[in-house]
Design a protein around this ligand. Structure first.
Ligand code: B12
Ligand code: SF4
Length: 571
C-alpha cells in the first residue's frame, strides 16, 4: 500500500515550526500495514496544484492523507481535493487535523472520503487496514462504521463514528523523518541568525538581547522543538483541540530527547512549543534542572499566567530560560470571563511584571473584539497593561494584537451562528469557512463584528492599544532615552501621537484610520448609518462565558448535521 501525506499550508509564508503532525502520523502507523509512505512538504515548498499533481502521479499513492491542522484552510483543501479527485481519481482521500471538526462540510463539499478526528491513531491504521482488505473500494461503506474516530458519507448522510480512545502519549518530533522528506535546515535554525525569536520583535533590537541573555556557546547553535506535555488544563471559548485534557510527559523521556537533540543535531536552545508548559510543576522542575545542568538556553512557548509565580520565573531565568509566551488576551476581567480563560487580570499583570523583573523576553498577546468588548474594556486593557512594562530599557518590548476569529468546534463559533453572524444554512457556513483562508487575524477585514459599533469605528483599536502602550513605555523610560535605545518605528510614531491630548489623539486615530482603511465611500456610509440606522445594543452586555450562554439557549440541530453535531461542542 502506498500513502502520500500532504500538509495544508497555513498561509503564504512557511513557518519554522516543524511539521510535527506529519511525523507523528508516519511514526504511529501500524507496521503490519507494510505501508510505503511519502510526505510532500507543501507548506514549505508552496507548489502549484499542477506541481502537487505531478508529485502524486510520480508516487502513485493508493491513499492521499491531507493534514489540515487549521480549519481556516478549508478553501485550500476544497480546491486541492477536488482537483486531485478529477485528475487522479483512484486514490482514497483522508483528512486529519483540526479541520475534521467541520467534517460534516468536508465530506459533503470536497472530494475527501474520510475525516479522522483526534490523534491519528488508532483510527488511521484501522481505516487503512480496512481499505487494503477491500482493495481500496469504498462500497459498501457500512464496513467502516465500527472504526471510531471517522466521519464519512453513509447513505447520503455524513456519519460520525464517535471519538476514539486517545493514546495520551506525548511524542516528540522525529527530525530524521523531517530530514528524509523535507529541508531540515529550514526547521532547525540557529538561535542568533534564525527567525524564531526575531519574527515577533523588532529585528534590530534583538541583537543586543541575544548577546546579553544567551550563553555564548549557544548563540550560533540550533533551536530544537520539544514537547513536555500535550493538551491544556483550560477550555477557552475561542480555542479548539481534539485532545481532551492535559497530559505531562515523563520528564526522563523529555530529558533523554533533549540530550539526543544536543548530541545529534548540535542544538543549544530548546523551544517548548506546547500550549501549557509548566502546568505539571513536579515534572517541569526535573526538566528545568536538566536544562540548567546542561547549560542550555530555552524558550517556554506558552505558559498559563495562573501556573507561575515570581520565584518560578526567577528559577527559570537562572536555568537558561530566555523567553516565555503568555496568552494575556486582555486587561479586562469581563472579557477574560467571556473567554472562560480562568485567569485574572491581576495574574496577567503579575506574570508580565515578573518576566520583565527577571529580564526575560515576552510578547504581549492581545485579542480584541470578543463579545462584550467595548471602548471601556479596551481602555481598561490599556490601563492595566500599562502597569506592566519592562524595567530595563534594553529588553525588547513588543506586542501582537489580533481580532477574535470564530473557529469551528468552539463556543465562539457556535455563538456566532446563534447571533446570525455566521448564517444558519450549510451553504452559509461553508461560505464563512472559505472566507477564512489566508486571513491575517490582525486585520479587521474578516472580523465578524461582535461589538455594538460599526467596524469602521473599531478598526483603530489595534493601533490604539499599540500606541497607548508604547506611549506609556516612553513616559516610563523618558522620550529621549527611548529614541536613543529603541529602534522600532513605532516609537517615532508614538512620539507624535503622545504629544496630543488623549481625547484629540484618539479622535484623530479613530476617524483617520476609518478613512484610510475604508476610503471616503466607507467613511460616508459610516456617517449615514450613525445618523439614520443606529446599531441595536446586542453585545456590550455580554459578561459571562459564551459556553454558558449557549448552554442556556442551545441551537437547533440542522438536518445535514444530525450525526455530526456533537463535533461542534469540541472535546
Ligand atoms: C504549531 C502550531 C502552529 C504553527 C504551525 C506549525 C506547522 N508547521 O504546522 C504556527 C505558529 C504557524 C501556527 C499558526 C497559527 N495557528 Co496554530 N497551532 C500550533 C499548535 C500549537 C500545534 C500544532 C501541531 O502540530 N500539533 C501537534 C500535532 C502532533 O498534533 P495535531 O496537529 O493535532 O496532529 C494530530 C492530529 O490532528 C492528526 N492529524 C494531523 N494531520 C493528519 C493527517 C492525517 C492524514 C491523519 C490521518 C491525521 C492527522 O494526527 C496528528 C498526530 O496525533 C496547535 C495547538 C495544538 N497543540 O495542536 C495550534 C493550532 C493548530 N493553531 C491554531 C490557530 C488558530 C492558529 C492561527 C490561526 C492563530 C492566529 N489567529 O493567527 C495561526 C495561523 C496563522 C497563519 N495563517 O499562519 C488552532 C487551530 C484551531 C482550528 N480548529 O483551526 C490550534 C489548534 C490552537 C488552538 N487550540 O486554538 N500554529
Ligand atoms: S487558549 Fe490557551 S489556555 Fe485557553 S484553552 Fe487554548 S491553549 Fe488552553
Amino acid at each position: 500500500m502506498k500513502l502520500l501525506l500532504l500538509n495544508i499550508p497555513l498561509g503564504p509564508y512557511a513557518t519554522t515550526d516543524a511539521p510535527v503532525a506529519i511525523t507523528r502520523v508516519i511514526e504511529n502507523l501500524d507496521p503490519a500495514l507494510d505501508c510505503e509512505t511519502s510526505f510532500y512538504d507543501v507548506y514549505l515548498e508552496t507548489p502549484t496544484l499542477e506541481q502537487i499533481l505531478a508529485r502524486v502521479k510520480a508516487f502513485e499513492p493508493d491513499v492521499i492523507g491531507l493534514s489540515a491542522i487549521l480549519s481556516h484552510n478549508y478553501g485550500y483543501v476544497k480546491k486541492l481535493s477536488l482537483y486531485l479527485k478529477e485528475n487522479y481519481p483512484r486514490a482514497v482521500q483522508v483528512l486529519g487535523g483540526e479541520m475534521a471538526s467541520v467534517g460534516n462540510i468536508v465530506v459533503r463539499r470536497t472530494a475527501v472520503d474520510f475525516c479522522v478526528t483526534g490523534e491519528s491513531e488508532p483510527t488511521f491504521s484501522a481505516l487503512l487496514g480496512r481499505l487494503k482488505e477491500s482493495d481500496f473500494h469504498l462500497e459498501p461503506r457500512a464496513r467502516f462504521k465500527d472504526i471510531p474516530g471517522l466521519i464519512f458519507m453513509l447513505d447520503g448522510e455524513s456519519h460520525f463514528t464517535g471519538y476514539a480512545t486517545e493514546k495520551r502519549e506525548v511524542l516528540q518530533i522525529n527530525y530524521d523523518l523531517v530530514a528524509r522528506f523535507s529541508n531540515i535546515n529550514h526547521y532547525l535554525e540557529p538561535a542568533f541568525s534564525g527567525q524564531r525569536l526575531r519574527r515577533s520583535y523588532n529585528k534590530t533590537e534583538m541583537d543586543d538581547f541575544f548577546v546579553e541573555h544567551f550563553r555564548p556557546e549557544n548563540l550560533h547553535k540550533l533551536i530544537g522543538q520539544v514537547s513536555a506535555s500535550i493538551g491544556c488544563v483550560a477550555k477557552c471559548t475561542f480555542c479548539h483541540r481534539f485532545y481532551k485534557g492535559y497530559t505531562a510527559a515523563d520528564p526522563k523521556s523529555v530529558n533523554d530527547y533533549i540530550d539526543m537533540l544536543v548530541e545529534k543535531y548540535d542544538v543549544g536552545t530548546i523551544f517548548f512549543w506546547e500550549e501549557n508548559w509548566g502546568s505539571d510543576k513536579k515534572a517541569t522542575r526535573q526538566i528545568v534542572e536538566h536544562l540548567k545542568a546542561r547549560r542550555l538556553n530555552w524558550i517556554a512557548g506558552a505558559t498559563r499566567v495562573s501556573t507561575i509565580d515570581d520565584e518560578t520565573i526567577r528559577e527559570w531565568k537562572e536555568a537558561g530560560c530566555v523567553q516565555i509566551g503568555f496568552g494575556i488576551e486582555t486587561g479586562s476581567q469581563k472579557i477574560l470571563d467571556t473567554m472562560e480563560k480562568k485567569t485574572t487580570v491581576r495574574q496577567n499583570v503579575e506574570a508580565l511584571r515578573s518576566c520583565y523583573r527577571h529580564r526575560l523576553l515576552t510578547c504581549v498577546l492581545v485579542l480584541l473584539g470578543m463579545p462584550g468588548e467595548t471602548e471601556e474594556t479596551v481602555d481598561e486593557t490599556i490601563r492595566n497593561l500599562s502597569t506592566a512594562l519592562p524595567e530595563d530599557i534594553r529588553l525588547p518590548y513588543d506586542m501582537a494584537i489580533n481580532f477574535f476569529q470564530a473557529i469551528p468546534g468552539t463556543p465562539g463559533y457556535e455563538y456566532a451562528r446563534a447571533v446570525g453572524l455566521i448564517g444558519s444554512s450549510l451553504d452559509e457556513e461553508e461560505r464563512y469557512l472559505e472566507g477564512l483562508y489566508d486571513v491575517d487575524a490582525s486585520s479587521i477585514k474578516h472580523y465578524l463584528n461582535f461589538t455594538d459599533y460599526e467596524r469602521e469605528e473599531i478598526v483603530y483599536w489595534r493601533h490604539y492599544v499599540l500606541l497607548e502602550l508604547t506611549a506609556a513605555y516612553m513616559r516610563k523610560h523618558g522620550v529621549l532615552n527611548c529614541l536613543r535605545h529603541r529602534k522600532a518605528r513605532r516609537y517615532k510614531y508614538a512620539l507624535v501621537y503622545m504629544s496630543l491630548p488623549r481625547p484629540v489623539r484618539r479622535f484623530l486615530l479613530k476617524y483617520g484610520e476609518a478613512l484610510w482603511y475604508f476610503g471616503l465611500g466607507g467613511f460616508s456610509s459610516l456617517l449615514y448609518r450613525k445618523v439614520f440606522r443606529a446599531r441595536p445594543k446586542r453585545f456590550s452586555g455580554v459578561d459571562r462565558s459564551l459556553r454558558a450562554l449557549l448552554r442556556a439557549a442551545p441551537l437547533p440541530i440542522r438536518d445535514d448535521d444530525r450525526n455530526t453535531a456533537v463535533l461542534r461542542a469540541g472535546r
